[in-house]
Design a binder for this molecule. Structure first.
Ligand SMILES: [Zn+2]
Length: 461
């Protein structure tokens, strides 16, 4: 064997750019000992609170109503005593003081772009990014991508929705900052065309909602294309919970031939400020920019690490529309223990466990759609889509009188006893047994954005 030839061959596969071999995007920040990280947070926090007090009538009123002066907020612990702010309050504020409310704290000359939040109910909340905000968002988004293994020689197919939705733009900026080649595919094209790009341009990274990722995998199967025929190696899936469900992750990984990572953000806070690392040990948050709390839904005070609470976020450096204790509605548990990857920033193992709005209370049991997903996707005999049909005891009530899980046969067709096995799996996962109905493959609508899992049926008169 010609040793020199094989050595040359090996070096040809290694990117020339030494930066690409770095383990971290920003080692000093990402591996900072927690004590120093918290000191840095406190310094930023004091400056941020002083700015909110002087520049925002909205926050000044709220702080004063809580009996707090800027000097009272010295550390991250002090923040936990302040009131939370909800999307409804921001919406009201913007209705009273259109179009942005009195929580914009950067002069208009510094504004770069507008991103309203998506929501199923009510008017969207307008979020403004200043030029400096965009620079920061771009940097920590590049970090989240690097964390998932994206490198400058990658071809990133961005199937997050572009336009007003935040993640399309932030990820585009982040991928460019990182130095990757980006295909701004967006979510408005059919999965067939996504596959054309995957095949034709040899994309190595796919970014999408998990629902869209599943749909693309399903279309690949239907077209008889094996994952090995693609160049994909990394997938980042956000905008919906569920990527960290073992069965969902396995289906995404097998169906697309990738390593699948959970990705998280919120219009008002993020947009893309948390992702998993190679250890797949939960979402790492960019704590040098955003303070992360998990709180008791009643008392709004932090719960101990490992306990489930609602995520609450505070911007430490956001300039245009900063959030002070923003109530995310997302349930998760936090872990500040060292991660195998060496990063010190807080993690949410398991990702988002559910949305407060999606909680189903049926026969005394409480559960989230993500738990139904876990049960359904554990069956190879079933397709990836599912719905939860609910009939409430009365309109607007959280109590549900009828609950039916609708799933589909996999393309291969029926399998004896599957309904009973699914019922048992659901009982195990939810603590209650819903009705089960199986439909032929392809019956339920597929999505390129966020799937609507819960279908409301009129309450019986
Ligand atoms: Zn890690």
């Amino acid at each position: 064997m010609d040793v020199s030839a094989s050595a040359a061959g090996a070096s040809a596969r290694v990117p020339d750019d030494r930066a690409a071999q770095r383990r971290y995007w920003d080692a000093a920040v990402e591996t900072m000992p927690r004590e120093r990280l918290m000191e840095a947070q406190n310094v930023l926090l004091r400056a941020q609170i002083a700015r909110l007090w002087s520049a925002s009538e909205f926050y000044r009123e709220r702080l004063a109503a809580a009996g707090a002066r800027p000097d009272d907020v010295r550390s991250v612990e002090d923040v936990s005593r302040l009131p939370v702010v909800t999307k409804e309050e921001l919406r009201e504020e913007q209705e009273l003081h259109p179009p942005f409310g009195r929580f914009v704290t950067a002069p208009a000359s510094q504004w770069q772009e507008l991103h309203p939040s998506t929501g199923t109910t009510g008017a969207p909340v307008n979020t403004v990014w200043s030029k400096r905000d965009v620079a920061e968002i771009t940097d920590f988004t590049a970090r989240t991508l690097w964390q998932m293994g994206v490198r400058p020689d990658d071809v990133v197919q961005n199937a997050f929705a572009y336009g007003l939705w935040v993640a399309g733009m932030s990820v585009h900026y982040g991928a460019a900052r990182l130095g990757a080649f980006c295909i701004p595919a967006g979510a408005a094209i059919a999965s067939q065309r996504q596959i054309d790009y995957l095949l034709g341009v040899r994309s190595t990274v796919l970014l999408a909602t998990p629902s869209y990722g599943m749909h693309i995998a399903e279309t690949l199967r239907e077209r008889g294309i094996a994952p090995e025929d693609l160049a994909l190696r990394v997938g980042g899936f956000g905008g919906e919970a569920g990527t960290e469900n073992a069965s969902t992750r396995a289906k995404l990984e097998r169906g697309l031939g990738i390593e699948a990572f959970d990705y998280y953000g919120l219009a008002e806070v993020g947009p893309t400020f948390a992702s998993e690392c190679e250890a797949k040990a939960g979402l790492h948050f960019a704590e040098d920019h955003i303070l992360v709390e998990s709180v008791d839904p009643e008392t709004k005070r932090p719960v101990p690490d490992g306990e489930v609470g609602v995520l609450v976020f505070t911007h430490l450096s956001r300039e245009a529309t900063p959030m002070l204790r923003y109530w995310s509605n997302d349930y998760a548990r936090l872990d500040r223990a060292a991660c195998a990857c060496g990063r010190t920033h807080v993690r949410a193992p398991g990702g988002v466990l559910g949305r407060h709005d999606d909680l189903v209370i049926f026969k005394g049991a409480k559960f989230y759609p993500v738990q139904v997903e876990k049960a359904v996707r554990a069956f190879a005999e079933l397709a990836d889509e599912f719905r939860i049909e609910l009939r409430r005891t009365s309109a607007g009530s959280s109590q549900v009188s009828e609950c039916t899980v609708v799933a589909e046969w996999a393309a291969a067709g029926s399998s004896p006893g599957i309904e009973e096995r699914l019922r048992r799996a659901l009982k195990e996962e939810l603590g209650v047994t819903p009705a089960v109905r199986l439909e032929p493959y392809g019956t339920l609508e597929r999505t390129t954005f966020k799937a609507k899992r819960i279908v409301e049926q009129a309450a019986r008169g």
